[in-house]
Design a protein around this ligand. Structure first.
Ligand SMILES: Cc1ncc(COP(=O)(O)O)c(C=O)c1O
Length: 413
């Protein structure tokens, strides 16, 4: 026995990497995330996070609902559910989409997912072949790139301006591709209060995007986690509400309007698409957390969500204002930033020569952190941008953080 043990140790440790699949070998942890982890525990003011503020979680409402869920719905809440989701919740979501966004839900099916993050992965599974052309905004949501990249698409980046995706440039690109005999499969957009840029696509561009989808025959993924968090300006119709051909898959989530811990989101789309997504989900997790779904159903059905959204807005708006004011006050000439009407982020662009990834360490030494913009580009080809979050820290800290950041930038220029 001892001899056998000795032999085992003589063999040395396993070559762990040798067991991974080729795809797993391509997955890399982000070095920035590692650095930012350290920041969370120090007294650095972190404008880097992407978290909703826990003070916006409707704890009292959840407390009340939980009691009812346990007393009256334990059979459903503690049981496996169907892959597509808890039917009363799906109906309540459909009603929300119809009433609030005028999405004609008679032609739409809904599947509940484990956050919209899972929806992104399922969309990758169901729609992306290796080499398929996927259009993303530049910049775009980092974790969508991570989700899609597993399925090995070819990305095309379309720049954003203050009115969202430059659909004129998309049109040019589509023409070029057509001339080469190529086709776009899918366009991914976060059209409202974009992560990371904070900008919103105008109604005109939304319509243009749909026209292009029809002419060049692609599908659109409209990812909308922030749409309800509007602090100023007028609502813009959802792309899905303007979709007459069933080309749009609309992603929603409870993460920013209830709490992300529930891990609850949904996909609304053409029943034929949803059916395939449902089959794809079966092998991933059988069904989304049933307990959370029953809670979310009560939250919607009881009218609590409608009541709670204005409170979240009231909480975040002064923070957004504080950040925009501080940027105006402290930033040196040559620095530009977006002015979001909602959501959680401001996007800052520095003069070309500044590499925000290299600057991060200096900023952290001065006591402030941000997310360097590079990782939000499919081709990591832009170095002089950063994302700032205004929902997590309070107003005084936002002002102080922006001041420290401005000092760091001045030193760099
Ligand atoms: C644009 C975008 N899509 C999807 C998600 C994922 O959200 P969920 O918590 O629903 O998985 C986020 C989260 O921050 C996001 O910003």
């Amino acid at each position: 026995m001892e001899e056998a043990l000795k032999k085992k140790f003589e063999k040395g440790p396993l070559n762990f990497e040798a067991y991974f699949s080729e795809k797993a070998l391509k997955m890399k942890a982000s070095e920035i995330r590692e650095l930012l982890k350290l920041v969370e525990t120090s007294d650095v003011i972190s404008l880097a996070g992407g978290l909703p503020n826990p003070k916006t979680f409707p704890v009292d409402i959840i407390d009340k609902i939980l009691d009812e869920v346990i007393r009256e719905h334990a059979d459903k809440a503690l049981q496996y559910g169907t892959t597509k989701g808890f039917t009363p919740l799906r109906l309540a979501i459909a009603e929300w989409l119809r009433k609030r966004y005028s999405i004609p839900t008679s032609k739409v099916d809904i599947m509940v997912t484990s956050g919209s993050q899972q929806a992104l992965d399922l969309i990758g599974r169901v729609f992306i072949n290796p080499g398929d052309i996927v259009v993303v905004e530049a910049p775009t949501y980092l974790a969508a790139l991570q989700a899609f990249s597993f399925y090995e698409p070819n990305y095309i980046q379309i720049p954003l301006d203050d009115e969202g995706m430059r659909t004129d440039l998309l049109e040019e690109k589509l023409r070029e591709l057509k001339a080469e005999g190529k086709k776009v499969k899918l366009v991914y957009t976060v059209p409202t209060f974009q992560n990371p840029a904070g900008v919103t696509m105008t109604e005109e561009r939304r319509k243009h995007l749909l026209e292009l989808a029809s002419e060049y025959d692609f599908i659109i993924v409209e990812d909308d986690p922030y749409g309800e968090l509007r602090y100023s300006g007028k609502p813009v119709p959802k792309i899905k509400a303007l979709d007459t051909e069933g080309r749009v898959l609309y992603l929603g989530t409870f993460s920013k309007i209830l709490a992300p811990g529930f891990r609850l989101g949904w996909i609304a789309g053409e029943p034929h698409f949803i059916r395939k997504l449902e089959i794809a989900k079966q092998s991933v997790d059988l069904c989304t957390n049933a307990f959370g779904q029953v809670v979310a159903w009560k939250y919607l059905e009881g009218g609590y969500l409608e009541e709670h959204i204005p409170k979240i807005i009231e909480f975040y708006k002064p923070r957004r204002d504080a950040m925009l004011e501080a940027l105006e006050e402290y930033m040196p000439e040559g620095v530009k930033w977006t002015k979001p009407d909602g959501g959680m982020f401001v996007w800052v662009t520095l003069p070309d020569r500044v590499d925000t990834k290299l600057m991060l360490e200096k900023a952290v030494k001065r006591g402030v952190a941000y997310v360097p913009g590079e990782a939000f580009y499919a081709y990591r080809d832009v170095k002089n941008t950063m994302r700032l979050n205004f929902t997590y820290v309070d107003e005084d800290k936002i002002r102080e953080g922006v001041k420290r950041l401005a000092e760091t930038i001045k030193e760099e220029l």
